[in-house]
Design a protein around this ligand. Structure first.
Ligand SMILES: Nc1ncnc2c1ncn2[C@@H]1O[C@H](COP(=O)(O)OP(=O)(O)OP(=O)(O)O)[C@@H](O)[C@H]1O
Ligand SMILES: [Mg+2]
Length: 480
């Protein structure tokens, strides 16, 4: 047994606990110099207790002790202070001597049950359980799980997007050689097929990620999915025990980055509401993983600060849209004239969400398919038709509403006023005049709407609305 300082071992353990965990604070301020000096002394004392005496039994080499986990050091010090051998402790806590020895050497991770039993038997006042909580989290990861496979299925009738799939392939190859960012943001207007593209590409590329795939739906513009909740799910999937998951967001994020530093995963963050929501879910610089996110917002801040690659997705080309209608609705469209299919594709403006609602209508003729073939159909009626009653996920109006409701009041007003007064397009000067604001305020509002992909920027500095968006604006102010 090593010689113990006068205050006894448990007192020393408590000191150590404070030093490694939360430095004792003076009541109203930062740690006082007295506290710090006391802490340093305590640190040295516990190190001395954790190391074997020079002439003691060669249970631990100095290197072993120094490299062992904090938990192992504490356990050994507590056990020795009670004068128990590994075998004796093992008998009392129902673990083998060999296992306890590995735990003391930091080679095996203790369970919280073992920590609690040792606390009990060694009468430590719960120090071991608390130490386990604050241990290095990757060290507490269970054996590496099999490759994860969290991706949902991509759409069965996925059509087109060859150039986007090719671009994502190139980005992946370049990122493997270290010359491209490891985060890609796919953004676009509501219902343009961002999720479909991300899932289609990810399911093809998943085999290139040795540790598999992680997926989370962040909930879209309403944005009510908390990153801390997503991190909890990811950490569990990555093998962390539930009781080892830290409570705080930044600690969870740090733990996640730590684990990812030694993994190669494809991570899909779908329907992201804001940059702020996903920053804690970004991988660290050491990671070989790739993050693909989809959002209605361009998330320009992520490109600017985190170097994310931005891919802005438009609607499908009209030939792709017609192909989608034909393949998804093959039974119904088999004898429909190509000109009618092309007209429906145009009425949907190639928007995959609208096309999917139309596939439903085409397969349910009493539901409005024939009406859509009428080119005189009013814009208002079009928004009605591009929805499937009772299915919020297949409603263009609902999708636009969701984005509109997430806008700050001035931007929402800009949609109502400019969408109705200038359906053919708008620029800073026109917007300033119509909204009664300065040109710089107007510029910011238009840039904000472009960031939300509700207004498309043009090369000449102006902006263009999509006809579905102007139809929606007309509904907002009750224009027939
Ligand atoms: N390329 C495509 N081929 C076939 N179907 C598609 C394609 N793109 C999207 N879809 C279908 O269109 C509908 C809308 O697509 P998706 O959910 O991917 O859009 P989104 O842009 O992610 O929407 P949101 O803005 O709400 O996130 C879905 O039913 C999807 O299966
Ligand atoms: Mg989506």
């Amino acid at each position: 047994m090593s010689e113990l300082p006068p205050e006894g071992p448990i007192r020393k353990l408590n000191d150590h606990h404070e030093v490694r965990g939360h430095p004792p604070q003076s009541r109203n301020g930062p740690p006082s110099s007295i506290c710090l000096a006391k802490s340093r002394r305590a640190d040295h004392r516990i190190e001395a207790a954790a190391l074997p005496p020079a002439d003691g039994p060669p249970q631990l080499s100095r290197e072993d002790a120094v490299s062992s986990s904090g938990f192992g050091d504490l356990l050994r010090a507590a056990r020795m202070s009670k004068g128990l051998s590994l075998t004796e402790l093992g008998q009392r806590v129902n673990y083998s001597k060999g296992h306890l020895s590995h735990v003391e050497l930091g080679r095996k991770r203790p369970t919280s049950a073992l920590a609690a039993s040792c606390d009990d038997v060694l009468d430590t006042g719960g120090i071991l359980a608390r130490q386990l909580q604050r241990e290095d989290f990757p060290a507490r990861v269970r054996s590496r799980p099999r490759p994860l496979a969290q991706l949902p299925h991509p759409p069965v009738h996925f059509t087109g997007r060859q150039e986007h799939l090719g671009l994502l392939d190139r980005l992946l190859s370049d990122s493997e050689h270290g010359s491209a960012p490891r985060t890609v943001v796919v953004s676009g207007a509501p219902g343009t097929g961002k999720t479909a593209l991300a899932l289609q590409w990810a399911s093809r590329a998943a085999h290139r990620f040795g540790d598999g795939t992680l997926y989370a739906d962040l909930g879209g513009p309403a944005g009510n999915k908390l990153p801390a909740v997503v991190l909890e799910g990811f950490l569990l999937a990555l093998g962390l025990d539930r009781d080892a998951i830290p409570g705080g967001l930044s600690e969870r994020a740090a733990s996640y980055r730590n684990i990812l530093a030694s993994r190669q995963l494809l991570i899909v963050l779908d329907n992201v509401a804001s940059s702020q929501q996903v920053r804690p879910l970004m991988t660290g610089s050491a990671s070989n993983s790739l993050v693909v996110m989809t959002s209605r917002l361009r998330l320009s801040g992520l490109a600017l600060h985190e170097g994310a690659h931005s891919l802005v997705l438009d609607a499908l080309r009209l030939d792709e849209a017609a192909e989608y209608l034909r393949s998804a609705s093959a039974r119904t469209t088999a004898d429909v004239r190509p000109s009618r299919i092309a007209r429906i594709a145009r009425l949907c403006e190639g928007l995959p969400l609208a096309l999917t609602a139309m596939v439903h209508h085409l397969d349910t003729p009493s539901d409005g398919g024939p009406i859509l073939a009428d080119p005189r159909e009013s814009v208002r009626g079009r928004l009605d038709l591009l929805s499937v009653f009772g299915d919020e996920l297949l409603s263009v109006r609902r999708a636009l509403e969701e984005s509109y409701c997430a806008l700050p009041p001035l931007m929402a007003r800009a949609v109502r006023v400019l969408g109705v007064c200038h359906p053919d397009g708008v620029d800073d000067t026109v917007a300033a005049r119509s909204l009664g604001v300065t040109t710089s305020v107007a510029r910011n509002l238009l840039a904000g709407l472009a960031e939300a992909n509700l207004l498309a920027p043009l090369a000449d500095g102006g902006y263009r609305w999509s006809p579905l968006m102007t139809a929606f604006a007309a509904e907002l102010v009750d224009v027939p």
